[in-house]
Design a protein around this ligand. Structure first.
Ligand code: HEC
Length: 154
């Protein structure tokens, strides 16, 4: 009779444990998809910003700041999306290399530097220093490649 009292609790516990495992795996795969989506957006926004400021030498700093603002927002999402290793066998859609987690300090450093650059670009645009912003945009484009060389599969 005493034991019966604990049955619903036991059932709830088993249910919680059972559900939390696949849910956890599910959240890693959501992270992987979201970071791919985020990088695609960053790619689109960064190209648009570079075209406007560097190629077209546009004077419309406010228009350019809409891109830099969006870029910063997207970059801020990234650190939280690399919390766990995502092995290639399990996530064939991902081009993330294991070095991201083996050399975490280096990866975090590059990611921070990237976000800092985007913030500085935004400030330069705000101050209407478009030539300086253009130079930093070009340097930041090199940093995309620099990170991909080590941390992204071709
Ligand atoms: C600190 C490292 C780092 C920086 C800086 C970086 N990337 Fe990436 N990028 C990655 C990694 C890692 C992936 C692979 C993510 C995955 O597939 O899980 C990636 C993936 C991508 C993808 C492919 C997304 C897809 O559809 O598979 C594009 C496009 C991209 N990055 C563009 C850029 C651009 C443009 C910049 C600079 C403006 C940039 N990245 C800066 C690390 C970086």
């Amino acid at each position: 009779m005493q034991n019966k009292k604990w049955l619903p609790l036991g059932a709830a516990l088993i249910l919680t444990l059972g559900l939390s495992l696949p849910m956890h795996a599910g959240s890693l795969s959501e992270d992987v998809d979201l970071r791919i989506e985020t990088f695609d957006e960053i790619d689109r926004l960064f190209k648009a910003l570079r075209f406007k400021v560097v190629n077209m030498r546009s004077e419309d700093h406010k228009g350019a700041m809409e891109y830099s603002d969006q870029l910063i927002r997207h970059a801020y999402r990234l650190p939280g999306l690399f919390e766990e290793p995502s092995p290639r066998e399990q996530f064939p859609q991902s081009r993330a290399r294991p070095q991201i987690w083996d050399r975490k300090d280096r990866y975090d450093f590059l990611l921070n530097q990237f976000t800092d650059n985007l913030e500085e670009i935004h400030e330069l645009l705000e101050q209407e220093r478009l030539t300086d912003a253009g130079r930093l945009i070009d340097r930041t484009a090199q940093s995309c490649r620099q990170c991909h060389n080590t941390f992204r599969y071709r």
